[in-house]
Design a protein around this ligand. Structure first.
Ligand code: DHB
Ligand code: FE
Length: 291
């Protein structure tokens, strides 16, 4: 049976892709951000996931405001990136896992999540940058991916409670998938940021640190907010936190924090990284071995 090894959540700011392309990881501006990823790389090297299920939001590359699904699941054998206009290099296509995608879609619809099924889906920086951060050597990337896009752009947005339930449904579906694979859940975007309007540049460190704690220890506390309350507390793009909440929902085991990093700012964003194990006992054993 498939096994969920844990979850990672990270910021997806486009300029991170430009910094990677220019090799600026040790530059004083970037070092506090990129330096946070060493512990994630070590954990991934031990856990070696085969597939990554990515909760992210599209920013207008595949869906636009004229037609935007609340929840969309990729069901393709590969996902292409394209020029998004950020000056980002266009990535090579990402292999999919259509069999797992259809299992998730069947389980989600049976569980009353009427998702949009996408047999073709362009993926944007919210998908490509977190993968490049977690596997800096493209050849060492896990072979397969399943993208799940959550609308964080066109109101009305799904509620945090709904996104937590979506994640839980995905977690149950993966656990019932009859193939011996190790699955990582990824959530991208956030934390607090607002790119435009009167509050452009808005950041809320207290709220972000509270979210990092609740994501590890008490995700239901975040499900008590409405999405508009999240916009108010974290900014109009800070509501990308919904992707992190869905990621956490998919962790149906004994969750333990492996690592976190928080650094202000990267571009306009309070950047953060969170690594959660889905097996608290295994995480503790590894910690004892490493120390
Ligand atoms: C920035 C942040 C985002 O989440 C995004 O999608 C684009 C830009 C930024 O901080 O510049
Ligand atoms: Fe974004």
């Amino acid at each position: 049976m498939a096994k969920i090894i844990g979850g990672v959540a990270t910021t997806h700011v486009p300029s991170i892709g430009n910094a990677i392309a220019k090799g600026l990881q040790r530059d004083p501006y970037w070092a506090p951000f990129f330096g946070g990823f060493g512990a994630a790389h070590n954990w991934l090297a031990r856990e070696r996931p085969d597939v990554v299920v990515v909760f992210y939001n599209d920013h207008g590359l595949n869906f636009f405001l004229d037609k935007i699904p609340t929840f969309a699941v990729g069901a393709a054998s590969e996902y292409r990136h394209a020029d998004e206009g950020w000056g980002l290099p266009v990535s090579q296509p990402y292999p999919g896992d259509a069999e797992l995608s259809w299992h998730l879609i069947n389980s989600l619809v049976a569980d009353e999540f009427d998702v949009t099924m996408c047999q073709e889906m362009l993926v944007d920086h919210a998908f490509t940058i977190p993968l490049a951060l977690l596997w800096p050597e493209p050849d060492s990337r896990p072979v397969r991916t399943v993208p799940i896009a959550i609308n964080t752009v066109q109101h009305p947005l799904p509620s945090p409670a709904r996104c937590l339930k979506l994640g839980r449904s995905v977690g149950r579906a993966i656990a019932s998938f009859d193939r011996d694979i190790k699955v990582l859940i990824l959530g991208t975007g956030g934390l607090s940021h607002q790119l435009d309007g009167a509050r452009a540049g808005f950041i809320n460190k207290d709220f972000d640190l509270m979210c990092l704690d609740k994501l590890a220890n008490d995700p239901d506390a975040l499900a008590r907010y409405s999405s508009l309350q999240i916009v108010e507390a974290a900014g109009s793009q800070g509501v990308e936190l919904l992707n992190w909440i869905a990621m956490r929902g998919a962790l149906t085991g004994e969750v333990a924090k492996v690592h976190s990093n928080y650094h202000i700012p990267i571009s306009n964003t309070a950047s953060a990284l969170l690594v959660l194990s889905n097996d608290a006992e295994a995480a503790q054993t590894q910690y004892r071995k490493a120390s």
